[in-house]
Design a protein around this ligand. Sequence first.
Ligand code: 5AD
Length: 434
Amino acid sequence: MKKENIFVETYGCQMNEYDSDRIINSLGANPVSDAKSADIIIVNTCAIREKADHKAISATGKYQKLKKENPNLIIGMSGCVAQLYGKKLLKDIPYLDFVLGPRGIPKLPEIIKGIKDGTSHRTIETSMDVQDVFDVNPYHQEGKISGFVSIQQGCNKRCAYCIVPTTRGNEINRPMKDILEESRILISKGAKEITYIGQTVNSWKYEKLKFYDLLNHLQELEGLERIRFTTSFPRDITSKMISSMKNNNKVCRQLHLPVQSGSNDVLKEMNRTYSIEWYRDSILKLKEAMPDLALSTDIIIGFGNESDNDFEQTMNLINDIKFDTVYSFKYSVRPGTPGEKMKFHVPDKVASERLQILQSRQREITLQSNVEKVGKIFNVLIEGRSKQNPDDLFGRTTHNKVVNIKDIDAKNIGKILKIKIIDAMQNSLVGELN
Ligand code: 5AD
């Protein structure tokens, strides 16, 4: 039987990218890059901010025309917007065939079958009470150098602004043997680097094992050259985790550690459960153990009562720590979160101004960090053809910096090579074989 063509449009975090690959694999379908040639179209959505969810809903609109041309086309919405609005989406979007929450992916084959044979029509699957959340492995393209493996679903933290516990449910940790098994599948298909993902990845525990034990076991995987993991939660950084990272020759020198704010008052309102002193101290310990560790973070601007003084403390933090990258967002009120009930909100104009100040300062810091790399030599894992110029290849340093490389043969894809940095851009480096 001919495989069906599937087109998945993905929004949001790495978890969603991973889920899109699970969607593809669950159906054994053939992924296509052009929606016009698809038998099934799925928009895998993100609800983290209001803009993201509007974008995802309007993205679905562009496929209505294709459905008119081909009535057999199946169109579905998955991900966090699907989970959040459920039934309402079927009502508002008349050409939508199904709505599927993040925990429902193992049920997708059944849903598609029902729609095709007419036994079900306009299906909705948003149950949170699902035991087999990890049952479907992701599609991994043969020869792809870097891939994701999920180690955790959902989140047990209750940050006041965040919708993830609503859309993805409570934390469920994946058994280590399944993590190892999926890693081996990726490696057998050519992956050299795996990023282990979860909402608070370093809170992973399973039976007697903790996250640092997992790192130690992952190091043993034959053929795996690099290990990354994201996203870490500050309060779950432990000295054992730091020493395991330090002594693990596969763990990259990169850590994404969202701080959200530099002010204790705001952190408290956010219910982040750590103080800024704790955060700074963790960074000190990490840097002491791994002086070349590259750090990145997330910051929310304009949450709750954030004052000029609170904002100044956030600016002090980014000036002191000098993150390689800061992902910063204006606070967006999300339905059903504790933040929704807060009375005071920073006026939009003020939040926009603060965001602009922070982003423009951070651009300088990021560029400075890139410029400092010129003339130095780094081990770069070559991943594929450069997006800007297909004659060049690209790869990443252990610090997760993208390097575009000129005059290099494509047979080097998959190798770790010594690359000399010859130029620095805002978001990437340029290098040549040393
Ligand atoms: N508004 C703005 N940003 C948010 N984030 C999470 N929820 C919100 C929200 N309601 C940001 C946080 C998080 C990142 C993935 O998105 O910084 O770390």
